[in-house]
Design a protein around this ligand. Sequence first.
Ligand code: ZN
Length: 422
Amino acid sequence: MKSVLDQWIKEKHGISDREGIVRWQTEKVKAMFAYICEKSPFYRKRFKDCESPRDLESFSKLPFLSDEDLRRDGLKMLCVSQGEIERVVTLQTSGTAGRPKRLYFTGEDLELTVDFFCHGMGQIVAPGEKTAVFLPSSAEDSVGKLLLKGLKRRKVIGYGPGPVEDPQASLQLLLREHIHAFVGTPLQALALAEHAKAEHVSLNLKNILVSTDYLADSVRKRIEDGLECRVFNHFGMTETGLGGALECCCRKGMHIRENDLLMEVIDPSDGKAVPDGKEGELVLTTLTRKGMPLIRYRTGDRAVLDHSRCGCGSYLTRIVKTGGRIQGAVSDGKRSVDMAALDEVLFSIDGLLDYGVEYKRKEQRFLFHLVFLGETGGKIRLARQLLEEQFMKKDGVEFELTWETVESWNPQYKGKRYIRCR
Ligand SMILES: [Zn+2]
């Protein structure tokens, strides 16, 4: 079965092939260029010496937008009056001094997200079935609220308990209500899988959608084994309008909602496009947002694209790999270590619920703190062996391990997970 996004885009815009979406994106970047130059003082100044793009090729020559631009000039990027803004999302980035980053959305912009959620969730759950949303949903127009709105439109019965804090209580909800699917972060799902296994709880789950954080293959496998269901990955960030790209039944990459978003991958060192299959920095353009459109915004996230036709038959470009933040990698001069690679290795250990990692620059030493559910047995030795083999031994990098065993998941990070540097 083709990606549900193909069906959605066909119904919404009458587009059913690659040529059609390229034509659509070309028209949108031309129209967007004219719109932002008319409405936004920031973009007018930024593009004063640039010609209007004729096609996607000339569009890809326009200057990039940086994180710093957003922090400094976010308000000047608005293309509508502030009264038309319905939601402002403030993002504080760890370790960066100064102003936070703010993203502004009109009601129409939020509607694009709800529409994507409504149709995208068709990959996971059918009308009449039940879905729990373990994402923040207390604030109006928060990601959880918008997702619940999309589910309701799809006639799916939604539950919005908020993020998993007590895995036993979340399992009880899934069990009691005979819930068919849930949406959460990879580590929330992993905690539920480990608790379900330990307590011999058998659920009615069919599919799970994970988002927000990097999904390691090892984590996916353990969730699927523990909860006896399929895991689908989703990529999104506030800048993409929360929804971004979604796996199809082939689960070999996430199809981008290319009717709303244009994604490029560039070499971060020289800004040039990299070919399919090669990792680089993800660059985002919003094609349909009205409040604060983003043009060639450097996300700081690593990704690999594939433009070829998917096994499901879809023509939509896929993000076949993500790898977390470019600046999140720690380099000791010889090689770099990042959280995504550590996740792949460490989460292959059964019973590991979470871990924290710190890098002491002066001593060039990593400190790992591992959190296990139940007995550790020989798992500490295994962790040491895996880290030595994969990362540390041949380059002489030092590390220390500490660990704890818990009866309930004890998250090591609030929000994004990263290597803490001291
Ligand atoms: Zn596909």
